[in-house]
Ligand binder design. Sequence first.
Ligand code: ST9
Ligand code: FAD
Length: 601
Amino acid sequence: MSHYRSNLRDLRFMLFEVLDQRLGRGRFADLDRDTVEQMLAEVERLATGPIAASYAEVDRDPPVYDPATCSVTMPAAFKQSFQSYMDAEWWRLDIPVEAGGVAAPRSLWWALVELIQGAQAPVFMFGGGPPFAGLLHRIGTPEQQRIAEIMIERRWAATMVLTEPDAGSDVGAGRTRAVPQPDGSWHIEGVKRFITSGEHDLSDNIVHFVLARPVGTEGAGGPGTKGLSMFVVPKFHFDAATGELGERNGVYATNVEKKMGIKVSTTCELRFGEQQPAVGWLVGEVHDGIAQMFKVIESARMQVGVKAIATLSTGYLNALAYAKERVQGADLTRMLDKTAPRVTIDHHPDVRRMLMLQKAYAEGLRATYLYAADWLDRDHPQATNVNDLLLPIVKGVGSERSYEMLALSLQTLGGSGFLQDYPFEQYLRDTKIDTLYEGTTGIQGQDFFFRKIVRDRRVALDLLLAEMTDDLAAIESTEALKAAAEALRDAIEQVRAMVDTMLGWQAAAKDDVTEVYKIGQNTTRLLMTVGDLIVGWLLAKQAAVAATALPDAAGADADFYTGKIAAAGFFAATVFPEFTARRRVLEQTGNALMEIPTTAF
Ligand code: ST9
Ligand code: FAD
């Protein structure tokens, strides 16, 4: 049986009953609901079947690196899973129509990505070539647009290449150089580290999208990230008109890391220009590498958040299935009666607490990424800004809460959860990375406050809080949700106050720069709290829709809607009250922490 348990019912609920899919109109005139239902069902079959099939096997039997040839042999089972994804061509939904893509709502696209990543995320990650080509098609020169077409036709793979041994979070510390050549190409020289999909035998060619510092133009962009340009560097040279492969280019994988999880995803050290020149081409006409790379990063941050949330969802559903069957102990009301019948563990209050928290976060975070994606299709002047605001929430909060909740999924099984007979230990190992790459949670917190709130003059945040406030009336009109609405109203105010305090420190830093340390101690706290607020709000919003649908529902539908109302109430009652303490901790922040000598730690 597949390790992967999807939640198509919840995806369909959010897509069709909560969000407006704009199907049959405008850009999506050709898409109707029946077609979208078929797409969801088709991708779910693919995910649960061939994509999930090799999940455990490739963890135990990972890719093999040969240092003599700097090459990697991928496990045969993974090749089959990967091929099934590439052959189905769903990736066309993520590339521009001009490059052979198919227009589809962004929420639908990310819903499909959830299914694929929940089954086996590295399949999706290795399959990133066409979307990378789509970007090249959008921002490249006419010659590069042809290269992008070749990449799509031949299904070449691609990588994003930023990190160096001394440049992780601080991408601007990168030292890799690009030396201009008379023929207009560039020779790339340097060492990059931790490059996902940097080497493998899943495609004939790999096109690396590399950040490097052009020699001879120092000062043009300045130091740090602004002095970086983006280059495409193929593993093999090729005929730019036909795509026919030529000589090996001078970029080699000189190490493949041994990791805690996602072992089938190759994480490579790449050396450029050591054995022979590594020839690259500047992307577009301008030296604007970091802004260009952030187009990739934005998509990849969403991908990482959805990966974590997808894994949490399958973790929860596997834990739930176990809890419904495992008989252990008597009902708590009969704990003193040694002859009382034994019950399944889903009857125990403590197990219910764990299950409902997992359910609330799995469904609330799913709603969060779908809501974030939906903003990209809204005809609103702030649409991009609100999506930008939500990205660190999807990535940072999605990954942190998923890892935390997956520990509860494992806990639900007791000792059995620790065994490789079940997928939980692999889920946990495979999900830890999501809090680290594409910018650690610390970086997401800083991005959220300094860029998405301060620099945006809190326009997107206020819009979001206003949308929540507008929803309160509909939520509190349902009797069963009155308490949840009250808790939500209070939570919104707690968050407003936290943001006001931090903005106060920001203003005070003009006179005393150390005030910024107080912000730095709280950016992750704010990120996580706003994330919880959005989760709780979207659960309540869903519950209001469910309450309206419930009277006409029966059977599984009635259970589904009842569960929605229960999850919203549980989250509002157990998580929102924590905001009072979080606000207090934030408001009491001093700089004592920063005054402790480093030797005292
Ligand atoms: C990695 C990969 O970890 C892991 C998984 C790989 C999986 C690959 C497969 C994926 C397949 C699916 C995806 C396909 C995608 C295809 C493409 C489709 C389109 N938003 O604040 P400043 C820019 S990779 C937008 O001064 P510092 C902006 O241009 C490694 N732009 O920063 C800005 O200029 P301005 C990931 C942003 O102090 C400029 O940067 N590594 C944003 O110079 C400078 O900004 C990391 O993520 C933003 N949020 O540098 C590094 N922020 O202000 C994490 C900045 O004028 N570190 N820009 O607009 C950071 O993010 C740092 O904060 C830093 C600091 C590098 C930005
Ligand atoms: P550091 O930057 O050294 O951070 C260490 C700690 O310090 C973290 O807790 C961090 O939050 C904190 N910290 C650092 N700076 C600050 C600051 N200014 N303020 C507050 N806290 C700070 N990179 C690529 O370019 N391409 C890839 O495909 C890719 N894939 C990866 C795959 C894997 C499996 C891994 C492990 C990494 C990958 N990376 C990739 C690199 C990844 O993006 C970096 O590891 C990540 O950005 C963090 O950098 P670092 O590891 O150097 O940690």
